[in-house]
Design a protein around this ligand. Structure first.
Ligand SMILES: [Mg+2]
Length: 223
C-alpha cells in the first residue's frame, strides 16, 4: 500500500527508527552483545561497498544464536523514546501524522511499538525469528517502496507525500537517510550522527537533535 493511503493529516513526520527514535541501534546491540568477535566485518563490508546495507544487516541478524527470549529482553536496551505515546498524541492534535521508515527489521520495531501501544504506518523489512537460525529478514519485494540496497526506499516514501501536497518533515541519523532528508526543506530536516555528517559534506542545512522528543517539540513550537 502507498503511504498516501495510510495518512490523512496535512503534515507528516517521516522518521527513521534505530538511533533516531531509539538511543541505540538493534544491529549495534546485536554485534556488541550477541555475536562472536569479528561480526563487525559485516558492517565494514557495507561501508566499503562489499555488501549492500540489506546484506550486511541480514548477515548480522542471521548470526544470532541466542534464544528469542534473550533477544526480546535485549530490545529494552535500545531505549525507545519513553514519551513516544504522549508525543504522538501531541503531534496528531497539531495535525501531524507519523510514518516510520527503516532499513532495519519489522520484527523488533513492531514489538517495541506495540509494547507502548503505538500504531503508525511502518515501512521496513519484514522478518521472523527462528531459534538456531537467528532473525531472518527478507526484502519487501511486494512493497511499492522496495529498494535493492536497503530493502526500503525512504526517499520514495517522502517523495510520494511531497507530491500529494503534504508538508513533510524528516528525522534520521544514518547514511541511508540522506536521500530522503534532502527532499524536505532544511527547516523540517532533523539530523544527527552519520546523517548530519553526510549533509555537512554536501553543504546542506539541518536542525540538530539528540533525542527524538526534541524533533517533536520543535515541530509543535514552529509549525
Ligand atoms: Mg538510524
Amino acid at each position: 500500500m502507498r503511504v498516501t493511503q495510510m495518512v490523512h493529516r496535512p503534515k507528516v513526520l517521516v522518521s527513521d527508527f534505530d538511533g533516531t527514535m531509539t538511543a541505540v541501534d538493534f544491529y549495534r546491540l546485536t554485534i556488541d552483545r550477541l555475536l562472536p568477535a569479528g561480526a563487525e566485518t559485516h558492517w565494514t563490508d557495507y561501508r566499503t561497498g562489499k555488501k549492500t546495507h540489506f546484506q550486511a544487516l541480514a548477515a548480522i541478524y542471521t548470526g544470532i544464536r541466542a534464544s528469542e527470549a534473550t533477544v526480546l529482553e535485549m530490545l529494552q536496551e535500545m531505549h525507545l523514546e519513553p514519551r513516544l505515546s504522549e508525543l504522538l498524541q501531541q503531534l496528531n492534535a497539531a495535525n501531524w501524522d507519523l510514518v516510520i521508515v527503516s532499513a532495519g527489521c519489522g520484527w523488533y520495531i513492531d514489538r517495541l511499538l506495540s509494547q507502548v501501544g503505538v500504531s503508525v504506518p511502518v515501512f521496513t523489512n519484514p522478518g521472523r525469528f527462528v531459534e538456531g537460525l537467528g532473525l531472518l529478514m527478507r526484502e519487501p519485494i511486494e512493497s511499492p517502496y522496495h529498494h535493492p540496497e536497503t530493502g526500503i526506499d525512504k526517499a520514495a516514501v517522502v517523495r510520494d507525500l511531497v507530491e500529494a501536497g503534504k508538508t513533510v518533515a524528516f528525522a534520521g541519523d544514518g547514511y541511508p537517510d540522506t536521500p530522503a532528508a534532502r527532499l524536505v526543506p532544511p527547516s523540517l530536516r532533523f539530523a544527527k550522527d552519520a546523517l548530519a555528517e553526510s549533509l555537512q559534506a554536501s553543504g546542506e542545512g539541518w536542525i540538530a537533535f539528540s533525542r527524538w522528543a526534541e524533533v517533536v517539540e520543535h515541530l509543535l513550537k514552529n509549525t
